[in-house]
Design a protein around this ligand. Sequence first.
Ligand code: GUN
Ligand code: ZN
Length: 444
Amino acid sequence: MTSSAPISSQLVSRAYRGTILHALSRSELVYFADGLLLVDSEGLIVACGPWADLKDALQGVAVRQCRPDQLIVPGFVDTHVHLPQMAVAGCQAPSLLEWLDTHIFAEEARFEDEDYARTVSAWFLSELLANGTTLANVFLTSHPGASQIAFETAASLGNRVVMGQTLMDKHAPDSLLRPAAQLLAETESLCKSWHGANDGRIQYAWVPRFALTSSEELLSGLGALRRQYPEVYLHTHLSEQLAEIAAVKAQFPWASDYTQVYEHFGLLGARTILAHGVHLSDEELLRLKTLDASLAHCPSSNFFLKSGRFRLMDVLQRQLRVGLGSDVGAGPELSLFTVMKDAQYMQSDTLVPLATLFYLATLGGAEALHLGHRVGNFEPGKEADFVVLDLPPSPVARQKPTASSQQDSEALLSRLVYQGHQPWVAATYIRGHQVYQRTAIAQN
Ligand code: GUN
Ligand code: ZN
C-alpha cells in the first residue's frame, strides 16, 4: 500500500529496495516489482510503495538494495510451536498419546538441567529467525527455571514471541508434574516478569498443556488468572485426535464436548489460541467464533500424527481467527513454507487460493494472535518485521503469458508456497533490526 499522506523525509532512517509482496487481507495482495520500504529510527514503517513514487523521500538515506532475484515479504507467524521438542522433531509413533509417552515427556524432562535448557533455547529461538519467523506462539517446558532461560534468550536475540510455562498436574511423568497451587504461583510470577517485555515484543501466555493433563483445580485457577489479567494469552491444545477426545469425555463426564471443558472454566475468549481443532463440530466452531477464540492450524503435524483433516475452508468461511502453526516436534520443521504447502495439500478436494495461504502465514497469524495492528504487513505505522528471500536463479526465463502485475505476483506466490524452503531466507528483521543474516557457505 502506498501511503497517501506526504512523507516526512526526516522520519526515514532506513530504506529497503526490492520486489515487495504483502497481504492486506485474505484475498488482497500488494505487489511492487520495484518497491521501496521506508522505516523510521524506531523501527516503524513510514511507507511502502513503488520506488518511483517514494524515492524522493529518501534525501540522503542509504538504500539497502536487494538483487532482482530477491523478494521482501512480511516475517512469518508461527501460531503454535514447542521449544522443548526441538531435539525430537520427527520422531514417529502410532498416535498422539503414544507419541507423548514415547518421545515427548522424556525429552521435556531434560529441561530440569538448566545448561540443557540454555542450549536448546538458543538453538530454537535462533532457528525461528533463520526460518524467517518473526512472531511465534510458543509452548515452553514445565520447569520455571527453563522457562525463565527461554525468556532471557528471546530478549537477548530480539525475537517477537508469545510464550508461557507448560502446566501439568496429572497424567504425565512425576518429574513434569507439580501441584496446581504451585504451578499457578510459578506461572503468575513469570507473567509478571515478562508480559510486555522488550517494548512489547515478549508477551505471556497461560499454557495448560491440554485437558487430559489438567485437574479441575488447575483449570479453575487459570480461569481466575484470566479474569485478573485479561490482556494475557491462553494457549492450549483442543480436539486433535479421536482417542484424545474420548479420554477427555471420560475425564470430564459433565462436559457436552471438549470445547465445553475449557469454556466451563472461563478459558475461552479473545487471546485464547487453540492448537489443532481437527475434530470440532459445527456447534463448537460457532461457539468459538462467538467467543472470539483463535485456532492454530498445524497441517504438517496433522499429517505426521495422522490426526485428521482440519476444516480450513469451513473455518475461513465462518470468519474465525486462524493462523498456521509448525507444531514442532509433531511437525517436523519450523519452516512456514512447508506449513503453507501442507495446508494446501491437506485440503484434498479444494484448491486453497495462494493469497489465502500467504495471508495465513503472515497477517492472518498476526490477527489470530491479536497483533495485526502491530505487524503482519507493511501498512504505515506498523513495526517493520520482514524477511529478505533469495529466489534461486533459473538458467532460462520463465514463460510469461502476459506481463500483468497480478500474474507476476501469482507466479511468485506459487513459487513461495510450493518450492519455498528455509535456505531462501537471506535476512530477517524485527522492528527494523536485523536479527538474522545467512552466512555464505564456503566453496572449495
Ligand atoms: N497434545 C498435548 N500435548 C501435545 C503436544 O506436545 N503436541 C501435540 N501435537 N499435541 C499435544
Ligand atoms: Zn502442539
